[in-house]
Design a protein. Structure first.
Length: 239
């Protein structure tokens, strides 16, 4: 038979092993919990303004026109305003935050004015359309583009006069050439769609109106300056 002394020795040995293992485990370094890893956040790509585009615009035009002649008959000043609408086509190339481009636009206008000169003759003026060809330079702030523009301007000007005494009537129509300068803001609504608002000044100086010798003793000269405020939307081709 196994004696009580035997069981006591086994129990003592087992206890000693447990104590030794516990002491060694207590001496082991505590494993640190790894710090949580923050999720990776991907920034959206910066918008690229480079590419060709085409679009349309609507807005309002304001024109000043002044008539004068050496004999002092056909003298008058006109302030004309009305709706404008048309389209534009152009291209941009971007270098870091600088955007360079060229643009051409065409707008139908309803800028009309009428009055009477000092002799009672009825005179009328009508700017039927305007067009510009410009260079653009801008600063890009991701989807926002702030730009200025300048170049050559064109306008179709139609004028007429009705002589009060003789009843004779004459008209003339020609295309003026001048200069333009403007500025605007453009914002990328989506990858291929942008919207803009723009102000342009068009200066044309003075031109002689050739009515012929039967209506007025001398042909008057007429100046024209146009201001345009318009909003537009463009479709940009490419990525």
């Amino acid at each position: 038979m196994i004696s009580r002394a035997y069981f006591g020795g086994v129990a003592l040995a087992a206890g000693t092993v447990v104590c030794v293992c516990s002491a060694r485990a207590a001496d082991l370094p505590v494993r640190s919990v790894p710090a949580p890893v923050a999720p990776v956040v991907y920034a959206p790509p910066v918008y690229n303004w480079s590419g060709f585009y085409i679009g349309g615009n609507v807005g309002g035009g304001f024109a000043d026109s002044s008539w004068s002649d050496p004999l002092g008959e056909a003298n008058n000043k006109f302030s004309k305003d009305g709706f404008i609408g048309g389209g534009q086509i152009g291209a941009n190339v971007q270098f870091n935050w600088v955007v360079l481009g060229v643009e051409g636009d065409f707008d139908w206008t309803g800028l009309k004015g009428s009055g009477s000169d000092s002799a009672g003759n009825t005179i009328n003026t009508n700017t039927q359309w305007t067009s510009t060809v410009t260079g653009r330079v801008g600063a890009a702030f991701d989807r926002l583009l702030v730009y200025g523009k300048g170049g050559v301007a064109f306008a179709n000007d139609e004028s007429s006069v009705n002589n009060l005494l003789s009843g004779a009537t004459a008209s003339t129509s020609f295309t003026r050439t001048g200069w333009t300068a403007g500025a605007g803001l453009e914002y990328a609504l989506a990858q291929n769609w942008t919207a803009k608002i723009e102000y342009d000044y068009l200066g044309f100086g003075s031109e002689t109106l050739d009515f012929g010798p039967t209506v007025l003793p001398t042909n008057p000269s007429a100046s024209l300056n146009v201001q345009e405020v318009k909003a537009g939307i463009n479709f940009k081709f490419g990525p």
